[in-house]
Design a protein around this ligand. Structure first.
Ligand code: ADP
Ligand code: MG
Length: 724
């Protein structure tokens, strides 16, 4: 830190050249070369073993452990042939991070030689010393054993660093008593629960041939790139992932000239490098572009099955961060790295479907598909209405609070955007204006033949909705850029499971009365919409009017901060939801509340400490130097009989005094530790600490406008956002 490193950074960055990443390769030469894919398994496994494994992967049948040795040995031979000497069980603890336990294939023999070995039991199960991963009280440290277990449905892959290659095996992470300590276990359970409920509904709709129903996910990832020379001079960026100080640049995003503009060359080379690595790992990177804010970009893959998509999303975040380093950038996945500048989200596109009925949220173009679409769409609407607060809770953390409920991006109120035609359609059904006959005749068209051509219009997008229907899927836009997509996917799958079983009950009862299928479906949708349509909203989600109306007239929850949202996990109806679907036991749910609440309080504490530190050791001295310089000049000039205007010196002196007072206030507030409950502590952090931090920031940012630029110790917004 210090103004010298800042000025040096500017010189050096101007001379930077894009890092060569080699010639462009053909997709066929890159695609999934580092993945132990189904096709590779087919080549190297005995027929019977491959068949059995494929059943587990594709039809969700339980793994036959007797084949593990054969699979492990083939996997090891393949990995070794590609240069691997280590393998790692990769798991996803209750943070947004990816964790790995590495072990060598090496096994020494009695004659002193060494061979590479990989037994089936090492593939199937691992035992990392996971005692320091957050577990929310599920394990006390004396019984700290946590197990990783192979997730057959997500393929193993190779990760290459400068020093070697590691075979990575995606796993679940559970306690010795079988409780989930991770994000993958409940995700797999939620897919199972949704599959069960969806299959039952499809049967009621008259289908006989029904393949397992899975959920799909395509996550659009927004991120910022800042030159590492600048980032390294900003302790706040390094430790908190966001700037705690910084006055807005003279030019922000008002001109919209960055959005979809030409990508700077250094950045484009970085992107190509990331995409190459993604392709090698079988991650289908599909789009890249500049985002709204200067220095902000987006990458999105083609969608995949939720479980694989989630693992791939974690890998994407890792690759973005690692590759950025190589190119002299720091990749910021924080939700709000720069105050006053657009934040970063992760749009989680989600749908459900199978290989026999297709995408169940696609309106399709035949009457039968319309019916199945209407049922599944109604189930989603019911889910958001009933469990909107849960959707808010699973995306709650200290950093996402800066977007949600902070008048940016989607609001903290969960609602559904359907598009006007679909909204009208559901309204008509709930008002009894459309009957089964009408739907069967394929006249769901408002003038055009079928639904899809109407609702897929991209111009009909509502950017202010947290959860929007976009033609054949829903897009959950309120997810934070640095968050794992598992939490949101678990919530969506679980609430859909619940809704589908409720709708299944209604449908069964209706059909039991002898009602014809189409009429029964319409009756059920009518009943469902009458109860739950309050959650549908197509207007401006940012407006004050919606904030009032949503709460007062529609009875929807507005949970602006994590302190408001996380306690939802402790509510009875949420506990029941997870228990009856078998996704999380009450103990597992409780542990999640504890872990996330703890993380929230800790992140704000770290930020508050940084605010105090930087203000005292970097900003205050800069202000004092500035005052000393001017005071000396003023005194010197006075001796010569020249009087200078002293406005600037007075302003800086006043701000410096005020800064000192505010920093002390924050420090004593931070010292408070006698909280009765973690809820109380969260509330305190969300209100008292955050506002005292903002107070300090106001003085620092005002000083930035007054203190001589060559004394200012922190790289400025202007520099970080515009110099590439
Ligand atoms: P936009 O910026 O217009 O929202 P993008 O093309 O950037 O669109 O991202 C859309 C994302 O939605 C992609 O990841 C895409 O693969 C994904 N997607 C498309 N269809 C589905 C589906 N049925 N289920 C899940 N995700 C989907
Ligand atoms: Mg989108």
């Amino acid at each position: 830190m210090g103004y010298e490193s800042r000025t040096q950074a500017i010189y050096q960055i101007t001379d930077r050249e894009p890092i060569p990443v080699g010639a462009a390769s053909r997709l066929e030469d890159l695609w999934a070369v580092d993945v132990f894919s189904l096709s590779k398994m087919k080549q190297c496994l005995p027929k019977a073993v491959f068949k059995s494994l494929k059943k587990t992967i594709e039809a969700g049948e339980q793994l036959d452990v007797s084949i593990a040795d054969t699979v492990a040995s083939a996997m090891k031979d393949w990995a070794i042939s590609k240069g691997a000497s280590y393998y790692a069980h990769v798991f996803y603890p209750m943070t947004n991070a990816t964790a790995e336990k590495h072990d060598g294939f090496i096994s020494t023999q009695s004659d002193g030689s060494a061979i590479a070995e990989f037994a089936g039991k090492l593939l199937v199960q691992g035992e990392p010393d996971g005692s320091s991963f957050p577990n929310g009280g599920i394990r006390s440290t004396f019984e700290a054993r946590g197990y990783t277990a192979w997730d057959v449905t997500s393929p193993a892959y190779l990760m290459e660093t400068d020093n070697g290659v590691t075979l990575c095996i995606p796993t679940i992470f559970v306690s010795w008593t079988g409780e989930a300590l991770d994000k993958k276990t409940p995700l797999l359970r939620s897919i199972g629960a949704m599959n069960k409920a969806a299959t039952r509904v499809l049967k009621l709709l008259g289908y006989h041939d029904i393949a397992p129903v899975n959920s799909s996910c395509g996550a659009e990832q927004e991120y910022f790139l800042v030159d590492s020379l600048f980032a390294n001079s900003r302790p706040d960026l390094l430790l908190a992932g966001r700037t705690l100080f910084g006055k807005p640049p003279a030019k922000g995003q008002q001109f919209d000239d960055h959005y979809f503009g030409a990508i700077p060359e250094r950045v484009q080379v970085f992107m190509q490098d990331v995409e190459k690595k993604m392709y090698r790992l079988g991650i289908p990177a599909k789009t890249r572009h500049n985002e709204v804010a200067p220095g902000q970009f987006e990458i999105a893959p083609f969608f995949e099955a939720a479980n694989v998509a989630s693992d791939h999303q974690q890998l994407t975040m890792t690759l973005l961060r690692q590759t950025a380093k190589k190119h002299g950038f720091v990749c910021l996945l924080h939700e709000k790295p720069f105050a006053g500048i657009n934040g970063s989200g992760k749009h989680v596109n989600w749908s459900v479907g199978n290989s026999t009925q297709g995408n169940l949220l696609d309106p399709g173009d035949s009457p039968h598909e319309n019916i199945q679409f209407l049922v599944f769409c109604a189930a989603v609407i019911r889910g958001v209405h009933k469990y909107g607060p849960l959707m808010r809770a699973v995306i709650a953390n200290a950093s996402n609070d800066h977007r949600l409920g902070a008048n940016e991006a989607p609001p903290a109120i969960m609602s559904v955007y359907l598009g006007s035609q679909l909204e009208e359609l559901f309204n008509k059904i709930s008002q009894g204006e459309l009957d089964g006959q009408y739907i069967q005749s394929g006249k769901l068209d408002f003038g055009v033949e079928t639904l899809p051509s109407l609702s897929k219009d991209a111009g009909d997008r509502n950017r202010t909705s947290p959860f929007a229907f976009t033609g054949n899927r829903f897009e959950f836009r309120a997810v934070g850029s640095g968050q794992s997509v598992s939490g949101p996917l678990i919530a969506l799958n679980t609430m859909l499971a619940d809704s589908l079983s409720a709708i299944g009950d209604l449908l069964e009862a209706e059909l039991g009365k002898g009602t014809k299928l189409n009429d029964a479906v319409v009756a059920v949708i009518k009943e469902t919409m009458q109860k739950h349509s309050a959650v549908i909203f197509g207007g401006d989600g940012y407006s004050a009017e919606w904030h009032r109306m949503a709460v007062e007239e529609r009875g929807l929850a507005n949970l602006p901060t994590t302190a408001d949202a996380l306690p939802v996990l402790k509510e009875k109806y949420i506990e029941e939801l997870f228990e009856k679907t078998g996704v999380l036991s009450p103990v597992e749910l409780e542990s999640r509340f504890e872990v996330y609440a703890e993380q929230y309080v800790l992140s704000i504490e770290v930020e508050a400490k940084l605010v105090i530190d930087i203000a005292k050791t970097a900003i205050y001295p800069a202000a004092m130097r500035h005052l000393a310089d001017i005071a000396a000049t003023v005194a010197g000039l006075e001796e010569m009989g020249i009087n200078l205007d002293q406005d600037n010196i007075k302003t800086v002196a006043k701000l410096t005094n005020s800064l000192t007072t505010k920093v002390s206030k924050l420090a004593s507030a931070l010292a408070k530790d006698d909280f009765d409950t973690i809820e109380e502590h969260m509330k305190y952090s969300a209100t008292i600490l955050r506002s005292l931090m903002d107070d300090v920031r106001a003085d620092v940012d005002a000083l930035e406008s007054e203190v001589a630029d060559d004394l200012w110790p922190l790289p400025t917004y202007q520099e970080m956002l515009f110099i590439k």
